[in-house]
Design a protein around this ligand. Sequence first.
Ligand SMILES: Cc1cc2nc3c(=O)[nH]c(=O)nc-3n(C[C@H](O)[C@H](O)[C@H](O)COP(=O)(O)O)c2cc1C
Length: 200
Amino acid sequence: MNILHVSASPRGQASESNALSHKIIESLRRRHPDAEVTERPIAGNVLAPVDEPYATSQQSLVDVSSDGSMAQSERLVRELELADVVVIATPMHNYTVPATLKLWLDHIARVRRTFDISAQGKIGLLHDRPVFVAIASGGRFSGERAHQPDFLTPYLKTILGMIGLHDVTFFTIEGTASRQETLAQTRLQTDQALHDYFAT
Ligand SMILES: Cc1cc2nc3c(=O)[nH]c(=O)nc-3n(C[C@H](O)[C@H](O)[C@H](O)COP(=O)(O)O)c2cc1C
């Protein structure tokens, strides 16, 4: 079993989403002790932006080029295809995914490669597999105590569904900017949710 771990936080060891994603991976490994993890850190400037060859290929009827960021896009798509399970660690940035995760999505959601366009709309070309998303946010975005909109979870569900990945599960650490005691309580609640999920 191959787990693809995509991590988008620039905060390294201090990142709550990274810590949560490692707990998800540990839970998966308890079920599949021989699971291998492919690390795909995407924070900072590690991914090249979508460039002219890539943009032109999206306008053509065939992928005309493997130049520029097309080569990187192809590598990232193959890495995703090889994964049995995907674990994404992401902060909420301005109510949605950070720019680096958006860029990774732009690379893996490519017409005629991971989705097609039909008269009925877009059709995903990847076979479905579980995707776990570990989200950290400074404030709350779900439940009654949420004071901000959430464009992150609906967006990720939509874009992953567009390429064929429909089995998406979210775990969150909301309120990382809260007092330490409140944050500790939130971590415990998320640990319990993880435990309950993987116990079933
Ligand atoms: C550019 C930027 C934008 C942010 N926007 C939001 C936001 O819209 N909502 C929120 O709750 N927290 C926001 N935060 C706070 C982060 O979500 C929070 O620090 C989170 O813990 C970061 O994830 P990490 O711990 O995995 O690094 C933002 C942080 C940054 C740097």
